[in-house]
Design a protein around this ligand. Structure first.
Ligand code: NAD
Ligand code: WQD
Length: 346
């Protein structure tokens, strides 16, 4: 076991959806967490949520990773950072098509800026948020880490591929620098306390917040994008994973880095449940755990959607020693609990 008490970990984007849940798990595991976030897709209230759950307020710096000048003094002061979990990025696929330059700058330039600073403080343990989007429409299912990377269909997806390549190149030239890239499938749900969760700006692009917003009355009806896919019920299949399970994978990965347990200094793991669920199955789960009917309607397919994507998690289960514990029903219950909490707060 790692003695975590004095180990300082930087979490970029730590007030965001996955970042905040990871900060909770890192603090629960005894790490000393510092968050750097520019609040472009999160709010300062999240800090309070983390404090309520863990009893610890992490150090927080409101800084934009695009600005080299702004972040330099931060890394000078925190030259004792032992590891970095890098979440900060923009993630809206559709928006990335409209604003490619912004996405390359906010996702790729920021990564380079962080890596340059880490070089100067000799921090060599890095965890990167990658995505199942790198696999595109996979040739076979379930998707293993050796499945081919497909040409990206959006600038967002491309930023994940480029970022992985940058990290791989660095690991080749600097054998001491260690990276774990975690390819998340579809993170959903919220902390069971209801103190932190997903905060989508405007109309949600993702399925689960759209479901909960429809059920609470913020949206009139959920559009189900296509029921003519070659799947059992005609709707697309994804690997929906509870965000707390995703968060816990980071703690395990960080310990692996700190204990130098890696087989190679650049490793990639799928982070999913290994189970695929269709859109209609997700709706069914929501209806069952909340005991209510959801207003939904089948509409045309959405451009760019792949038919099926779910993970082979053997590598993460055996080598990383991590496994998803929560069910789809658990995640839907927690997502609904969170939706109700945020609406009653306003
Ligand atoms: P999020 O938007 O909730 O969190 C990202 C955080 O980074 C936000 O708090 C935002 O304010 C911050 N940020 C963005 N740009 C920044 C900058 N220039 N400087 C400092 N902070 C900045 O997103 P999330 O869902 O928590 O995703 C976290 C990471 O995981 C991202 O890299 C995302 O691409 C990746 N990912 C997410 C999903 C998903 O479905 N949520 C799936 C796969 C991969
Ligand atoms: C899931 C399913 C939709 C909304 C996205 C990103 C991907 C990764 C994970 C970051 C699909 C259907 C959705 C709605 C619907 N993120 N749907 N009605 O598309 O698998 O992946 O998040 O890396 O890069 O693209 O997730 O939640 O948008 O959609 O019918 O209103 O729900 O068609 O089948 P997706 P999603």
């Amino acid at each position: 076991m790692t003695q975590t008490n004095n180990i300082k970990v930087l979490v970029t984007g730590g007030l965001g959806y996955i970042g905040s849940h990871t900060v909770v798990e890192l603090q629960n595991a005894g790490f000393n967490v510092v968050i750097l976030d520019n609040l472009s897709n999160s709010t300062i209230d999240v800090l309070e949520g983390i404090t309520k759950i863990t009893g610890i307020t992490p150090d927080f710096y409101s800084l934009d990773l695009r600005s080299k000048e702004d972040i330099k003094p931060f890394f000078k002061t925190h030259s004792d950072i032992s590891g970095v979990v890098h979440f900060a990025a923009s993630k809206a696929v559709g928006e990335s098509v409209q604003k490619p330059l912004f996405y390359y700058q906010n996702n790729v330039t920021t990564l380079i800026n962080v890596l340059q600073e880490l070089k100067s403080i000799e921090c060599q343990n890095f965890i990167f948020s990658s995505s199942c989007t790198v696999y595109g429409e996979a040739d076979s299912l379930p998707i293993t880490e050796t499945s081919p990377i497909k040409p990206a269909v959006s600038p967002y997806g491309n930023t994940k591929q480029i970022s992985e390549e940058i990290l791989r190149d660095i690991c080749v030239i600097n054998r001491k620098f260690k990276t774990v890239a975690l390819r998340y499938f579809n993170p959903i749900g919220a902390h069971s306390s209801g103190y932190i969760g997903e905060l989508p700006l405007g109309v949600p692009q993702n399925l689960v917040p759209y479901i909960t917003q429809t059920a609470i009355g913020v949206r009139e009806q959920l559009p189900v994008f296509g029921d003519d896919y070659p799947t059992e019920d005609g709707t697309c299949i994804r690997d929906y994973i509870h965000v707390v399970d995703v968060a816990k994978a980071h703690v395990v990965a960080l310990n692996r880095l700190l204990n130098s347990q890696q087989e190679s200094n650049y490793e990639v793991f799928n982070i999913g449940t290994g189970n695929g669920s269709s859109v209609l199955q997700v709706i069914e789960s929501f209806e069952e755990v909340t005991n209510q009917k959801l207003n939904y309607k089948i509409v045309d397919r959405r451009l760019g959607d792949v038919t099926s994507a779910y993970a082979d998690t053997t590598k993460a289960n055996t080598i990383l020693g991590w496994k998803a514990r929560f069910s789809l029903d658990d995640a839907m219950r927690d997502a609904w609990n969170w939706e109700k909490k945020i609406r009653t707060k306003k």
